[in-house]
Design a protein around this ligand. Sequence first.
Ligand code: PAN
Ligand code: ZN
Length: 182
Amino acid sequence: MENINIIDFESGFIKNFNVLQERHLSDLKDYFYYQEDVEKILIKEDPLIYKVYETKYELPGSLSYAVTEIEPGKVGPEYYFTKGHFHSKSAAEIYIIFQGEGILLLQNRSGDKKTYNMFRGAIINVEPDFAHRSINTGKEKLIFLAIYQSDAGHDYESIKEKGFSFLVIDRNGPTLIKNPKY
Ligand code: PAN
Ligand code: ZN
């Protein structure tokens, strides 16, 4: 019998992950739009924004998976989010949401954009060649599993420069506005 990995469907916790990444506000400061609010928070503290528990398989052609937990919170009016990235290869990905409420933003290099609601039980197909960012618009952690090609590669650079074409801010609840920087 081979060893098997175990996920707790309630919490999204995976027992045998091999890489844990923690992203704090200082790692994401260039990504948030409201820079004055970023500075104000960083003077006092450097809050955790999200964690990723990754289980990676290196064999060519294999799939890997990761659970992301995004904390609830905002920087100014902008909800906490993941950096967001393109895959270096034209590779799709599946997201399965376990807990919380959020929005998944997708956009490609030709300017097409898609948004999905993230909620417990949702299964989302992240299409190839679409950059993707997950945003926690709820009051609890947003937790989801992502399954992807091990060699898909993560390209963060273009998102770091311009961001996504839309921001998700709290205006009496989650609202999409055009990103003035884009
Ligand atoms: C996810 C993301 C994870 C963190 O596993 O990597 O949610 O987001 P960033 O990588 O943008 O910081 C995924 O899309 N993997 O391909
Ligand atoms: Zn991805």
